[in-house]
Design a protein around this ligand. Structure first.
Ligand code: DAH
Length: 341
């Protein structure tokens, strides 16, 4: 029996030492020390042992059990340490790895140009105003001296929500809104950037596009002020050597009216395809605010005068960057958009 105990001890210690997982180790513990385990089975037969032998066998049995328990404990700690180490290795953060690049967005070219225009006029003391894109016929046409039957309406056919409400065809209605918000205070010195809509669609016209309106009302404002402001704008936008010229034109809301050109940005006025070999590029419409429009804005045309202008932002951007198709702005092709970031 003593021999049996020794054999079990040797066998158990060898197996326990080789146990490769906590699960396997637990199975071994049950196999030797459990209620139906090998050691327990031997101890059950203690009754058969002669009385004088019992203390010796008993001692050997206790030793065997202690040795097995100690071996299980030891192996358990080893396996736990190994598992812990493995987990740490798997979860470890390698701080020397290069970071994953986060794709950075960029501003849309029209946003870039709009901000540039805004900054130029802010620098000259203008405020920024905004008006609704869904506008009353009254502000879009009537108050700007374009009555219902006026032929000027044909050039700005739009999308009507009802007889009296439409998507604004230009930013000019903000002239009236800005004057009314300030009258009778002076000066009114405002630009109004934003979206406008027309029934137009080709390489240079989009049914939705952007304009910036400008209006300056005060005592003694003249055409000279208009020219000075627009020249300063053109030079900041297109370079110091830029010149402007004004050609007589017609708008119902200005009198006199002018079309304003800048010296060609592509050929420095030498004449090229972009400027139709004229050396000039048209960039905006302008003029002295019509007395009736001043009145509709809440000002007395006998006491104050003003100038106004309106430009298409897409056109300004196309001339600045040499873009030949307006639709590129709205197709969201990253190959195009990335060129401006
Ligand atoms: N509203 C005009 C258009 O969309 C542009 C314009 C011309 C605005 C002359 C003005 C102006 O303020 O004085 O074609």
């Amino acid at each position: 029996m003593r021999q049996q105990l020794e054999d079990i001890g040797v066998k158990a210690l060898a197996l326990i030492q080789k146990a490769d997982s906590l699960k396997e180790l637990e199975e071994l513990r049950v196999m030797f020390l459990g209620k139906k385990g090998e050691l327990t089975r031997i101890l059950r037969r203690m009754g058969d042992v002669p009385a004088d032998q019992r203390p010796i066998i008993g001692k050997a049995a206790n030793q065997a059990r202690d040795a097995i328990e100690a071996a299980v404990e030891k192996r358990k700690r080893e396996l736990e340490a190994r598992e812990q180490e493995q987990r740490l290795r798997e979860e470890a953060i390698d701080v020397t790895l290069p970071g994953r690049p986060v794709p950075a967005g960029g501003k849309h070219p029209l946003q870039v140009v709009t901000e540039e225009i805004e900054n130029i006029f802010l620098g000259m003391g203008f405020e920024i105003a905004r008006g609704p894109e869904v506008e009353l016929d009254y502000y879009n046409f009537e108050a700007l001296n374009i009555p219902r039957d006026h032929p000027a309406r044909d050039m700005q056919d739009s999308f009507y929500i009802s007889d009296d409400i439409l998507l604004r065809t230009h930013t000019s209605p903000v002239q009236i809104r800005a004057m009314r918000a300030r009258a009778p205070r002076l000066p009114v010195r405002v630009i109004a950037p934003g979206r406008v809509y027309r029934r137009d669609d080709d390489v240079t016209h989009s049914p939705m596009f952007h304009q910036v309106e400008g209006i300056y009302v005060d005592q003694g404002i003249s055409m000279a002020d208009l020219k000075g402001v627009l020249l300063a704008f053109a030079r900041e936008m297109y370079g110091e050597k830029t010149e402007i010229r004004m050609r007589p034109s017609y708008f119902p809301f200005t009198e006199p009216s002018a079309e304003v050109d800048v010296s060609c940005t592509m050929c420095r006025s030498q004449g090229c395809r972009a400027c139709g070999f004229s050396g000039w590029l048209e960039i905006l419409g302008a003029g002295m605010v019509h007395p009736r429009v001043l009145e509709n804005g809440g000002y007395n045309p006998e006491e104050v005068s003003g100038f106004a202008f309106g430009m298409g932002i897409e056109r300004i951007a196309m001339l600045k960057y040499g873009i030949d198709d307006i639709r590129l702005f709205f197709q969201n092709d990253l190959r195009f958009l990335k060129q401006f970031t």
